[in-house]
Design a protein around this ligand. Structure first.
Ligand code: HEM
Ligand code: MG
Length: 298
């Protein structure tokens, strides 16, 4: 049986860390540190009750193939989508580290220990600390995660490749969004609900979900089956500087991300996600998170 990396299937704790890096030096050292992160977290978990640290490391297509590895069939680099004011930039990255836990301090500590052994070999593109906000709300004050798969079995089925050479692996998508909350708060609640496609207080799907609402854009069916993804996003930032949602999701198909992004950014039917009037992505990348066995065999 191929085991997925520990961050993927379990629900997240209250805090997370997302780091995207390019490799500029010794690749073998970077790989060795990526392999050792899981033992580092296991040791911390043994010492620190209820920390529940979980990590996954994932690799961009170019870097993965530079290791002499074959890519899973659907893996591509992220491509820029949209036009004008509504663009999803492609900012890339060789290595993604995702840690979630109940402890902000230990997320920081673990990354410091991991990073100091390879500081000369990588260039950090983005280091973002997320935190659970209110009752699992995004900073728009809407509940985020209602339609996420909930049971461990459903989460594994959605998030992890079940069979074949890449079993236990997962496609990963990351985009950091910056919100414009003053503009968002100029809408009344009813208008906000039409932008999201669900009610604000209880996250009930609207009877008539507007086609250009967020839910209208991403709740896609193909041959009668919903394109499910496993989201691990959290709000991040500070009031007087950038803040918003660090969007991250895992899936057993990259196709689900491609279809949802094309729909949001106007490449399916010309309609764009109305939420993008209030939140702009400033990063965008695809990665592959190999199974534990494949990671350890690198
Ligand atoms: C649903 C917020 C970006 C995919 C939702 C919901 C909210 C939300 C409030 C409704 C509750 C729920 O089911 O979780 C946001 C915000 C984003 C963002 C604030 C960025 C600023 C994205 C992106 C994708 C995505 C980039 C995928 C490309 C989904 C999916 C659902 C969802 C698949 C569930 C739809 C359903 O089955 O009803 N999001 N989202 N979201 N979002 Fe997002
Ligand atoms: Mg639905």
């Amino acid at each position: 049986m191929s085991i997925a990396q520990p961050a993927i299937v379990p629900d997240r704790g209250a805090f997370a860390l997302y780091v995207v890096m390019n490799v500029v030096g010794n690749k073998q050292n970077v790989i060795a540190q990526c392999q050792s992160i899981h033992q580092l977290l296991a040791d911390l978990n043994a010492e620190q009750q209820d920390a529940k640290l979980h990590a996954s490391v994932a690799f961009g297509k170019g870097f993965w193939e530079s290791l002499g590895q074959q890519s899973p069939a659907e893996l591509t680099e992220f491509r820029q989508l949209g036009k004008g004011d509504t663009v999803a930039p492609a900012t890339g990255g060789d290595v993604l580290l995702h840690i979630h836990s109940n402890r902000h301090d230990l997320n920081f500590y673990a990354f410091r220990v991991f990073f100091e052994k390879m500081a000369q070999d990588v260039e950090v593109l983005d280091e973002t600390y997320g935190f659970q906000y209110l009752d699992h709300r995004d900073m728009t004050d809407f509940i985020d995660g209602t339609e996420n798969p909930q049971t461990a079995e459903d989460r594994a089925n959605v998030g992890v490749i079940a069979e074949g050479e890449f079993a236990g692996g997962s496609y990963v998508m990351v985009q950091r969004y910056v919100h414009n909350l003053p503009a968002w708060h100029r809408l009344n609640v009813q208008a906000q609900e039409k932008v999201i496609g669900r009610t604000k207080t209880d996250s009930v799907e609207l009877e008539d979900v507007p086609a250009a609402s967020h839910v209208g854009r991403v709740d896609i069916k193909e041959n009668g089956k919903g394109l499910k993804i496993l989201r691990h996003s959290l709000p991040y930032g500070s009031v007087t500087a950038d803040h918003g949602l660090l969007f991250i999701a895992y899936c057993q198909r990259q196709h689900h991300f491609d279809a949802q992004l094309e729909s949001m950014f106007g490449e399916t039917d010309g309609k764009t996600d109305q939420m993008l009037r209030f939140s702009k992505p400033v990063t965008g990348a695809y990665f592959f998170a190999p199974s534990m066995a494949m990671l350890n065999s690198l």
